[in-house]
Design a protein around this ligand. Structure first.
Ligand SMILES: Cc1cc2nc3c(=O)[nH]c(=O)nc-3n(C[C@H](O)[C@H](O)[C@H](O)COP(=O)(O)OP(=O)(O)OC[C@H]3O[C@@H](n4cnc5c(N)ncnc54)[C@H](O)[C@@H]3O)c2cc1C
Length: 316
C-alpha cells in the first residue's frame, strides 16, 4: 500500500467538458516563479483514498496544459478512465473533488517531450502535433506559451491534429479556433463518431487517418506543402496519447522517412545510430507501439522505412 500523501496544493477550479473529460486547475502552495516548466512537460498529481483507506494513496503523471508563462493555477486536461488497470485509480478519486479541495501536486515538472529536447527551438520545420483525447494537453501548452511570449506570434508552422470520439470531446476547440483566426495556427479536429456529433462539419475518422495513403496529400495541401513533400526535410512530428494513435501515425509516416525517437524501435528498424530522429511521442498507456519482438511484423516496417530513406536520398 502506497503511504499517505501530504497535501500541498488546492484544486481551484474544475471545468467539466463532458462527464468524463475535465479541466482541473490546481494551485500548489509553493508555486515556483514562472517559467518553471517547459511546454510538453508533466507533473505528478496524487490523492489518498479516503473512502477505502486500506488502498492508500495513488500518484499519476499528467501533462501540463497551461502556458509556461501563466502565474495562476496550473491546468490539466484529464479523462476519467472507466476501465482502469489498477485497483486504486487516480481518476476515480479526482472525479469526487470539488473546488477548494486539497490534494498532492509535485510542483516540479519532468519529461523531455518538448521542442527544446527534441529538435530544438530554432528548428525551422513545420511542427505536426498529433493527439487523441487528452493527449492534446502538451500541445495546448506549447501554443499558449508561444502566444504568452509574443501576443502577435505567427503560429503557421504549428499544426495541431486532434482526434476524439465526439465533437463535444474536442477540448480547447474554441480557443484553438481563435488561434487559427488570429495567429494562423493550423488546427483540425476530427471525430470518429460523427453520428453522435450533431452539426459537425469537420473531419471524420481517427486522427491517425490523416496520414493514410489517399488522405496525406490533402493534409499536405492544407499545410502548404506539395504532393509528397511531407518528409523530415520539411517537418517534425510529435504524437501524444494512447498506443493506437502513436502506432497508426508512426507506421504511416515510415513511408515518408520519419525516424522514430525510441531506442528499441530504432534498433528493430535498423536505423543507423547517427541518423537524427524526426518523430517523437509521449505515451499515456503501456501497450507496445510496435511488436518489436515479432520479426514478421517488424520486417515489412523496416523495408518501408528504408525504401523511403532511399527515395529521399538519405544514406542508410
Ligand atoms: C507522461 C504522462 C502524461 C500523462 N498525461 C495525462 C494527461 O494530461 N491527461 C490524462 O487524462 N492522462 C494522462 N496520462 C495518463 C495518466 O497518468 C493515468 O495513466 C490515467 O489518468 C489513468 O490513471 P488511473 O489511476 O485513473 O487508472 P489506472 O488504473 O492507472 O489505469 C491505467 C490505464 O488507463 C488507460 N488510460 C491512461 N490514460 C488514459 C487517457 N488519457 N485516456 C484514456 N485511457 C487512458 C490506459 O489503458 C492505462 O493502461 C499521462 C501519462 C503519462 C505517462
Amino acid at each position: 500500500m502506497a503511504k499517505a500523501l501530504e497535501y500541498n496544493a488546492t484544486l481551484v477550479e474544475r471545468i467539466d467538458i463532458t462527464d468524463a473529460l475535465t479541466l482541473f486547475r490546481i494551485k500548489p502552495d509553493d508555486q515556483p516563479a514562472v517559467p518553471w516548466f517547459v511546454p510538453g512537460q508533466y507533473c505528478v498529481l496524487g490523492l489518498n483514498n479516503e473512502t477505502v483507506p486500506a488502498l492508500g494513496s495513488v500518484r499519476r503523471s499528467m501533462s501540463i496544459a497551461s502556458s509556461a508563462q501563466h502565474e495562476g493555477p496550473i491546468e490539466f486536461y484529464i479523462r476519467f478512465v472507466a476501465k482502469p488497470a489498477s485497483e486504486n485509480p487516480l481518476t476515480h478519486l479526482l472525479w469526487k473533488l470539488k473546488a477548494g479541495d486539497r490534494m498532492y501536486m509535485r510542483a516540479h515538472a519532468a519529461g523531455v517531450f518538448t521542442v527544446a529536447d527534441t529538435v530544438g527551438v530554432e528548428d525551422p520545420r513545420i511542427r505536426i502535433l498529433v493527439a487523441a483525447g487528452t493527449g492534446s494537453a502538451p500541445f495546448v501548452s506549447m501554443v499558449r506559451t508561444e502566444i504568452a511570449r509574443n501576443p502577435n506570434v505567427d503560429l503557421s508552422k504549428w499544426v495541431i491534429l486532434h482526434g476524439a470520439s465526439y465533437a463535444a470531446d474536442l477540448g480547447h476547440r474554441d480557443e484553438l479556433n481563435a488561434m487559427v483566426a488570429k495567429h494562423r495556427l493550423r488546427y483540425w479536429g476530427t471525430v470518429s463518431r460523427p453520428d453522435g456529433s450533431p452539426g459537425w462539419r469537420g473531419d471524420t475518422g481517427r486522427v491517425e487517418a490523416f496520414f493514410e495513403p489517399g488522405r496525406l496529400e490533402d493534409l499536405e495541401a492544407r499545410i502548404g506543402l506539395g504532393r509528397g513533400e511531407l518528409t523530415p526535410k520539411t517537418a517534425m512530428v510529435m504524437i501524444c496519447g494512447l498506443q493506437g494513435t502513436i502506432s497508426g501515425t508512426l507506421t504511416a509516416l515510415l513511408d515518408r522517412g520519419f525516424v522514430p525517437d525510441f531506442k528499441r524501435i530504432r534498433e528493430a528498424l535498423a536505423v543507423p545510430e547517427t541518423m537524427v530522429s524526426s518523430l517523437f511521442y509521449e505515451q499515456y498507456d503501456h501497450e507496445p507501439v510496435i511488436d518489436i519482438k515479432n520479426p514478421e511484423s517488424v520486417a515489412p516496417l523496416k523495408a518501408r522505412l528504408h525504401a523511403a530513406l532511399v527515395r529521399l536520398g538519405v544514406p542508410t
